[in-house]
Design a protein around this ligand. Structure first.
Ligand SMILES: [Zn+2]
Length: 53
C-alpha cells in the first residue's frame, strides 16, 4: 500500500511507494521523467530531425 501523488507535469494520479522520495517541486511520474530525459538530451532550436541517441 503506497500513497497517491499527482504528477505535476501531466496531472495524472499515480500510486507511489511509501519509500519513494517526492521532490520539493512535486511528484513527476515515470512517464514524464523519461520524457524529460529524452528532451534534455536535445538542444533547443532543433526540429524533429535533431533527435539522436
Ligand atoms: Zn506525468
Amino acid at each position: 500500500m503506497g500513497r497517491r501523488e499527482v504528477c505535476v507535469r501531466c496531472g495524472i494520479m499515480w500510486g507511489v511507494s511509501q519509500l519513494a522520495k517526492i521532490p520539493a517541486g512535486g511528484y513527476v511520474c515515470p512517464w514524464c521523467r523519461e520524457k524529460e530525459l529524452r528532451e534534455s538530451g536535445r538542444r533547443r532550436g532543433r526540429g524533429k530531425d535533431g533527435e539522436r541517441r
